[in-house]
Unconditional design. Structure first.
Length: 209
């Protein structure tokens, strides 16, 4: 009987240790994806398209705009449509919803610019933004995207903008809004999509770009 109890306690300790180790590892994996590149002032803010996460991204961009960090906000377009709108009687594109959210947050219409054609991934956004910045004479861009996207986005943008003499900054909204916190991302399917999926994309980008 004592041997059975002792064996069960050993198993329990192993399970608890493994769980604690995984929680620490998972937290580290989530936290490692989040980076910043401070830029006190830029020629423009850029909100990278993110479909369902457009709310947290546009809210952060509106905050930065209100702080006077840049005179305008540029929206990129992923070509994706959201849910049905009774007002529009159609499924609006997320870039439309992002613009509407910025207007709701008191960003003036004349301060919002759009890259109208659809871009399918972060690399395409970076390439288009470099061309757009060159055409517009922009010398600095402050990028706004979701927290877990920041590491890949910053790596991609710096790689694409290399040699352009255009300065790139990076900001993100805090986790816990439309994305889960680093301590609990692994408890939800969306967390695995945001964090687990991001590591797969990081590997892909390093191999292909």
């Amino acid at each position: 009987m004592r041997e059975l109890v002792s064996r069960r306690w050993k198993i329990l300790r192993v399970v608890l240790f493994a769980l604690a180790a995984w929680i620490l590892l998972a937290w580290g994996l989530g936290f490692a994806l989040v980076v910043r590149a401070p830029l006190e002032r830029a020629d423009a803010l850029v909100v990278l398209s993110g479909s369902a996460t457009y709310i947290e991204r546009t809210q952060r961009a509106a905050e930065l705009y209100s702080e006077g960090r840049a005179p305008k906000i540029i929206l990129t377009n992923d070509g994706q449509q959201g849910g049905w709108s009774n007002a529009k009687q159609r499924n609006p594109f997320f870039i439309e919803r992002a613009r509407e959210e910025l207007l709701r947050l008191n960003v003036p219409a004349q301060a919002i610019e759009e890259i109208p054609h659809a871009l399918s991934n972060t690399h395409e956004e970076a390439v288009e933004l470099r061309a757009y910045a060159a055409r517009s004479g922009l010398r600095s861009l402050l990028i706004v995207t979701s927290a877990y996207h920041t590491r890949r986005a910053l790596w991609t943008l710096r790689r694409v903008f290399n040699g352009s003499n255009i300065e790139i900054g990076m900001e993100s909204p805090p986790t816990g809004q439309q994305t889960p916190r680093p301590s609990i991302w692994w408890l939800t399917p969306s967390g695995w999509r945001f964090v687990g999926g991001e590591y797969l994309k990081l590997v892909y980008y390093r191999l292909n770009y």
